[in-house]
Design a protein around this ligand. Structure first.
Ligand code: EPU
Length: 293
């Protein structure tokens, strides 16, 4: 277990639980424009992002304020506002549980995908991630400010200079407004993945719902990604509460626990949402959160 932020416990766990809490950052090498850093799995992700900003290391600023730890970031390839952690990962250091052998996975061996990696499917539960190495920029930072919400936030703050610090600042403001803090109200971020459907299915939906948000999938013209939050919102779940299980008022993709909802009650709400979205739009929502029982 890392930060525990992307899991739903369905019952109490009556077996050994290992919480990875290792700390440390090691600079591996530098060149004119880059730095290579190895970071221990137990480091808090957002604190690592803040440390990078303090040192003027670019590449992770769009991923500010994502809950969880450095070691769990590659498992689901955390992503936000046009950047995914795979973009800056060099390799992932692990221990194979069965053999206790140290194994390093290169970026390509991690088989990163949208909220996905080898550690989430093929090799699930087989490796403990001990460290992650990153390649970050020290000069000539690449500024990812194309995401609509970032551009509007920077415009709203009248910030003309788009640098890594101002992008991080915008991301922090957007997330604070939209996403509930798991320390204050139980949640696991986006409960579902944004669904990817065929272009022909999308065209049919677009006829009926001309405003349906949609995104391209890499450069594949046959596939379209939809916004699960919009689909759930259209089914009028946003802000609804069923006992202590609810759908967040500012972001329908986030399920929240107002206090004493059991894991099972949250899961029942997730099933209800999946069923309603399927009926209304014919689209299947896949859960992003790890169910633990
Ligand atoms: N929308 C609604 N109603 C809602 C929520 C969203 O209509 O309640 C619409 C928005 O207006 C927008 C579209 O849906 O047109 C997309 O919304 P947003 O920009 O908030 O992003 P998202 O697709 O809902 C994804 C990630 C988030 C990430 C943001 C920003 C997934 C599953 N979620 O959300 O990641 O922060 O983009 O990049 O891909 C997470 O994975 O836990 C997470 C929070």
């Amino acid at each position: 277990m890392g930060g525990g932020s992307n899991m739903l416990l369905l019952n109490d766990i009556d077996r050994l639980v290992v919480h990875i809490n290792t700390k440390g950052k090691e600079v591996l090498k530098k060149d004119k424009n880059h730095i290579w850093i190895k970071v221990a799995a137990g480091e808090n992700w957002h604190e690592f992002v803040l440390w990078c900003l303090e040192n003027n290391y670019g590449g992770v600023e769009n991923l500010a304020l994502i809950p969880g730890n450095v070691g769990t970031a590659p498992i689901q390839n955390i992503g936000a506002y046009g950047v995914e952690v795979k973009d800056v990962i060099v390799d992932v250091h692990t221990i194979e549980i069965a053999t206790r052998k140290e194994t390093i996975f290169s970026n390509s061996e991690c088989k990163f995908g949208y909220r996905d990696s080898i550690f989430k499917n093929l090799q699930k539960g087989k490796y403990i991630i001990t460290d992650v190495s990153f390649k970050l920029t020290t000069n000539n930072h690449i500024i990812h400010d194309n995401y609509g919400a970032i551009r509007s936030k920077l415009a709203e703050k009248r910030i003309k200079k788009h640098c890594i610090a101002s992008v991080a600042d915008a991301v922090i403001s957007i997330r604070t407004e939209k996403l509930p803090d798991p320390k204050k109200i139980g949640n696991s971020g986006s409960f579902f993945k944004n669904p990817i459907i065929s272009k022909s299915d999308f065209n049919k939906l677009k006829e009926k719902y001309p405003d349906i948000p949609n995104y391209s999938v890499n450069s594949n013209t046959e596939l379209v990604k939809l916004a699960a939050g919009w689909l759930i919102d259209q089914c009028e779940f946003k802000g609804k509460r069923f006992g202590d299980a609810g759908v967040h008022k500012n972001q329908a993709l986030v399920l929240v626990n107002y206090g004493n909802a059991t894991g099972k009650e949250i899961l029942d709400l997730a099933y209800k949402i999946q069923e309603t979205v399927k009926q209304k739009f014919g689209v299947t929502l896949e859960m992003e959160v790890n169910l633990i029982s």
